[in-house]
Design a protein around this ligand. Sequence first.
Ligand SMILES: *[C@@H]1O[C@H](CO)[C@@H](O)[C@H](O)[C@H]1NC(C)=O
Ligand SMILES: *[C@@H]1O[C@H](CO)[C@@H](O)[C@H](O)[C@H]1NC(C)=O
Ligand SMILES: *[C@@H]1O[C@H](CO)[C@@H](O)[C@H](O)[C@H]1NC(C)=O
Ligand SMILES: *[C@@H]1O[C@H](CO)[C@@H](O)[C@H](O)[C@H]1NC(C)=O
Ligand SMILES: *[C@@H]1O[C@H](CO)[C@@H](O)[C@H](O)[C@H]1NC(C)=O
Ligand SMILES: *[C@@H]1O[C@H](CO)[C@@H](O)[C@H](O)[C@H]1NC(C)=O
Ligand SMILES: *[C@@H]1O[C@H](CO)[C@@H](O)[C@H](O)[C@H]1NC(C)=O
Ligand SMILES: *[C@@H]1O[C@H](CO)[C@@H](O)[C@H](O)[C@H]1NC(C)=O
Ligand SMILES: *[C@@H]1O[C@H](CO)[C@@H](O)[C@H](O)[C@H]1NC(C)=O
Ligand SMILES: *[C@@H]1O[C@H](CO)[C@@H](O)[C@H](O)[C@H]1NC(C)=O
Ligand SMILES: *[C@@H]1O[C@H](CO)[C@@H](O)[C@H](O)[C@H]1NC(C)=O
Length: 415
Amino acid sequence: MYRYAAVVLSLALGIAFQLSHGTEVNVTDKDNNLCLYANLMVNFSVSYDTTDNKSATTEFELPETVTSDGSKCDTTSSLLKINFGEGHSWSVNFTVNGKMYQTDTITFSYNLGDTKFFPKASTNETTNVYVKPHITDVGMDTCYSCKSKEVLEADSVNQTLWNVLIQAFVSNNITSENITSCAADVPTTPVAPTTHATSTAAPITNATSTVPTTTTTPTPPLPTPTTGKYNFKPNENSTVCLMAYFGLRVAYKQAEMNFDPNGTTISGSCGDNTSELVVVSTKMTIMLTFVHDTKKFRLHALNITGKTSAGVTFSEANTNLSLWEAAVGSSYMCNKEQSYNITSQLTIDTFDLQVQPFGVKNGVFSTAEDCQGDARESFLVPIAVGVALLVLILIVLMAYFIGRKRNMATGYESF
Ligand SMILES: *[C@@H]1O[C@H](CO)[C@@H](O)[C@H](O)[C@H]1NC(C)=O
Ligand SMILES: *[C@@H]1O[C@H](CO)[C@@H](O)[C@H](O)[C@H]1NC(C)=O
Ligand SMILES: *[C@@H]1O[C@H](CO)[C@@H](O)[C@H](O)[C@H]1NC(C)=O
Ligand SMILES: *[C@@H]1O[C@H](CO)[C@@H](O)[C@H](O)[C@H]1NC(C)=O
Ligand SMILES: *[C@@H]1O[C@H](CO)[C@@H](O)[C@H](O)[C@H]1NC(C)=O
Ligand SMILES: *[C@@H]1O[C@H](CO)[C@@H](O)[C@H](O)[C@H]1NC(C)=O
Ligand SMILES: *[C@@H]1O[C@H](CO)[C@@H](O)[C@H](O)[C@H]1NC(C)=O
Ligand SMILES: *[C@@H]1O[C@H](CO)[C@@H](O)[C@H](O)[C@H]1NC(C)=O
Ligand SMILES: *[C@@H]1O[C@H](CO)[C@@H](O)[C@H](O)[C@H]1NC(C)=O
Ligand SMILES: *[C@@H]1O[C@H](CO)[C@@H](O)[C@H](O)[C@H]1NC(C)=O
Ligand SMILES: *[C@@H]1O[C@H](CO)[C@@H](O)[C@H](O)[C@H]1NC(C)=O
């Protein structure tokens, strides 16, 4: 009860204050009504590069003294932004989905220039990591509660969240007493979490059938992969002869992975009628072979070797493809997501794709041939024709009315 009283008393926008434990934040809307409440604990573990070419790992907690500048509430989406220390922030957005709300992405932004947290860091940069938390299907007008620990892993950051109590879209200026608990907090028997008294009664069914089926944790949907820019030149004095920009998601059997362009090495070859690009990341090696016969080029072979996050190694290749076709001297482009079955086990999804394996001039893409799905001309042409017709009609009408007015005016004068 004390907490709710405290909430009502703390209405100033952008001000957060601390309770004895956890980091508490109250966000108010433009009418000064509480619209977002959070009380949570977060531990961060961050690995970073130091000036002496080593990798260091630092651990720190989300402090109790924070600000919530930059947080905002809307009717269907809200943002909680917790700022702390020297330019660090932790933010999470909420969206309404029918009678539920959910979080989309947590963005943790840390300033490597902060020597307190990151002694001897090799750069000053602020780095962002994005993770998807499992906070979904929270009933409107209820608090999300998760006392259990949840570890969210991103590239070089692990975030441990616990004792989380959050309510977005608060109505009537007060947090709800009704709670939506996370799965980890709910006792193994899938009965109502509030009925503790009945949980002591032994289930009547036999043991094998009551084994909790929590072993298969649902994997959250992957974020859109980062677009990588891969330019190949045969040696340092020559010009770029092959360009490929794309975001890539690889699915081997059931395992989906985003290809991370950070820290990749590029090699390849540029030939008269065959060009090859090899991109190597820590987790995967991708070989793309392009050919051109007569006037068109295409992706002819793709070979991906790697390891899934479960540790399964794979090597899948198709050397008989005809993808990404465009005229030699131009580039092939496809911004929308596209899926390709490469082998029976391997599928790739591309995002923001643009490639030019032959005839690159001055290190830039030549005119692009769009994939059909992007073809904006198909509807731009009728729109342009329509607009032109409309303008024509307006001109004719104006001419008519001006002429009429003139005639009438001269009519009155001559009268
Ligand atoms: C969080 O970090 C603090 C200090 O580094 C540590 O004492 C505590 O055990 C950590 N908690 C969890 C859940 O990792
Ligand atoms: C994050 O957790 C994983 C698994 O426990 C561990 O292998 C990795 O080193 C951790 N990373 C950091 C930055 O602490
Ligand atoms: C750090 O690594 C870079 C390239 O990897 C190298 O040129 C440099 O000499 C190294 N510095 C130290 C102090 O080891
Ligand atoms: C950090 O930034 C300052 C000024 O912005 C610069 O003078 C300094 O060299 C930078 N340090 C590192 C390690 O990059
Ligand atoms: C909690 O939920 C019940 C049933 O859904 C509802 O009657 C009650 O008003 C709710 N309490 C609050 C404080 O929202
Ligand atoms: C448990 O259930 C299975 C199938 O539901 C049944 O075959 C088995 O005989 C049961 N065992 C006991 C001890 O009741
Ligand atoms: C690049 O050009 C410089 C100067 O012309 C030359 O010394 C060097 O050997 C060349 N490097 C390669 C890889 O051709
Ligand atoms: C890759 O590195 C850049 C800057 O170093 C960073 O902004 C970006 O978030 C990183 N991408 C991923 C997927 O980690
Ligand atoms: C490849 O190029 C060579 C010479 O440029 C040509 O003779 C040959 O027919 C080409 N091959 C194909 C498959 O187009
Ligand atoms: C694909 O690449 C791997 C690793 O380089 C190689 O062992 C394998 O033979 C290649 N597969 C094909 C069909 O070229
Ligand atoms: C390559 O694909 C074409 C058409 O998709 C097919 O006719 C041909 O048999 C395939 N060749 C091989 C070696 O699989």
